[in-house]
Design a protein around this ligand. Structure first.
Ligand code: GUN
Length: 287
């Protein structure tokens, strides 16, 4: 058996196209242009690539992009001051502070200083609480992208067994909330889970978000399951550098029913959902 490849790249292109159409309409009918501010502190090379891609795709969707690159030694007071100004700026509808932040900055404090209505990452405790209680929230972009691909695959997810491997605030926990909201039976597994292979084998939907290259082999996967690989791990292989997921793709593709490749699966959906969240924030701000 060979799994269907879930093509996140073309799915994301369709989402971006739909966003661009709505952005153009907002401009024509209401004279409003959505604006996304991205804040990067320090010079982490991977973060710089992400931020550049976000800026480019924001502009391509017809939105305004505001980039704030701050030195690694920026003080918490200066960062909070910038976020305060972005919160008050009516041209800014979405604010994203790229993580991880340098160690001397308190990420929770910084994220919770963002106006929840502009928190397009969905990381503010208000949005986390709204999502957990089934209210209208800003939903974190990577899990939202995963959910969109799963709904496209299955239609209804109701009653399916979902296992999320990884319990991060960015992916694992919100992914579990979204799957629960769609009436899956959800298990969150992690490094201390007893008999992780057996837990994974129960899954109709297996989401891997641990950041460990190739950790989940094909024989942990239930035949026919949908496998969503959130991992983006940079490794050296035969002297060349390449990206691999948390799932061992070569063995998993013979067992799974459908699988996201790395690259070209979940990754492109994250930025597409960020643009969609920025549009949503702009629409809500303008009634
Ligand atoms: N770093 C890795 N993923 C993310 C994300 O989704 N949002 C932010 N702000 N930082 C990240």
């Amino acid at each position: 058996m060979s799994a269907t490849l879930i093509d996140g790249k073309s799915f994301a292109a369709k989402v971006r196209e739909k966003v661009a159409v709505q952005v153009a309409r907002l401009k024509d009918e209401h004279g409003v242009t959505p604006g996304l501010a991205v804040v990067l502190v320090g010079e982490d090379p991977a973060s710089e690539v992400y931020v550049r891609n976000k800026g480019r795709q924001t502009l391509e969707a017809g939105m305004n992009s505001f980039e704030h690159k701050l030195p690694a030694e920026t003080t918490e007071a200066d960062l909070l001051d910038l976020i305060g100004r972005l919160n008050r700026d009516p041209a800014v509808h979405g604010i994203l502070v790229q993580l991880p932040l340098p160690d001397h900055l308190d990420s929770d404090l910084v994220i919770n200083s963002i106006d929840p209505a502009k928190d397009v990452d969905g990381f503010h405790v208000s949005n986390v609480g709204l999502l957990a209680t089934g209210q209208k929230a800003m939903v974190p972009c990577t899990p939202l992208g995963c959910l969109m691909m799963l709904r496209d695959l299955y239609g209804s997810l109701s009653g399916l067994d979902a296992v999320v491997v990884g319990r991060s605030n960015i992916v694992g926990k919100p992914m579990a909330q979204l799957l629960l909201r769609d009436s899956c039976t959800v298990t969150i597994a992690h490094s201390r889970t007893k008999d992780l292979p057996a837990v994974c084998r129960r899954a109709d939907i297996l989401v891997a978000a641990v950041g460990r290259p190739g950790m989940i082999p094909g024989d942990w996967i239930r035949p026919g399951a949908a496998v969503i690989d959130v991992g983006i791990n940079r490794i050296e292989h035969d002297g060349t550098r390449r990206l691999v997921g948390d799932v061992d793709f070569d063995s998993a593709r013979h067992v799974a029913g459908a699988i996201t490749p790395v690259p070209g699966g979940v990754g492109p959906m994250t930025i597409a959902c960020l643009l969609a969240n920025t549009l949503t924030a702009c629409c809500r701000a303008n009634g």
